[in-house]
Design a protein around this ligand. Structure first.
Ligand code: ZN
Length: 180
């Protein structure tokens, strides 16, 4: 490959030892486990590759990821790109980290969509666990994944714009009146 931006929607096949490395968010469950932020909330089991699935929005009968679909395990190319995804994050315990993607990998304009995935570094987002679990418990609880686990302030994890919104939502509490 020559230097420069990767082509949009290009499909690669990569072995696990030459994975694409990207950045993504996870929800932290009470167990604690990593959970995908998608509505289906798939759990990532420690020590096992997470397998991307298709929610069925693209061409019928394909394996994830498909270049003509949105499926596969998503990761952003860098933190700055990931911060754009943070605008739709809901309040609650959050983890940010690096992830390896391998098998079939689609290279899109802002990141990657992989067939198989496993985290390679995790940071518990400090402010998001407050009142739910202690930071130390969250970090210890993720040790089972066998990767480096640290902590990071909200503003570094999501960027200043989203941090302001999320702090506001957290202060508003879960009983915020909803529109009908
Ligand atoms: Zn699909």
């Amino acid at each position: 490959m020559s230097a420069g931006e990767p082509a949009v929607g290009r499909v690669e096949r990569r072995p696990a030892d030459d994975a694409r490395r990207g950045w993504r968010y996870w929800r932290l469950t009470p167990e604690p486990r990593l959970q995908s932020l998608s509505q289906r909330g798939f759990t990532w089991e420690p020590g096992r590759a997470f397998v991307g699935r298709c929610a069925g929005a693209g061409p019928a009968g394909h394996d994830a990821p498909d270049p003509g679909c949105a499926c596969g395990v998503h990761a952003s190319t860098d933190m700055a790109t990931l911060h754009a995804d943070a605008l739709c994050l809901a309040p609650g315990p959050l983890v940010v980290g690096e992830v390896d993607l391998w098998g079939r990998v689609v290279v899109d304009d802002h990141g990657y969509r992989g067939e198989y995935a496993y985290p390679c570094r995790l940071d518990v987002v400090e402010e998001t666990v407050a009142g739910v679990v202690s930071l130390a418990e969250a970090v210890d609880g993720l040790a089972g994944y066998g990767v480096v686990v640290g902590t990071t302030p909200l503003v570094d994890a999501v960027g200043p714009a989203s941090a302001t919104i999320m702090r506001y939502l957290a202060m508003s509490g879960p009983s915020l009146p909803s529109e009908r």
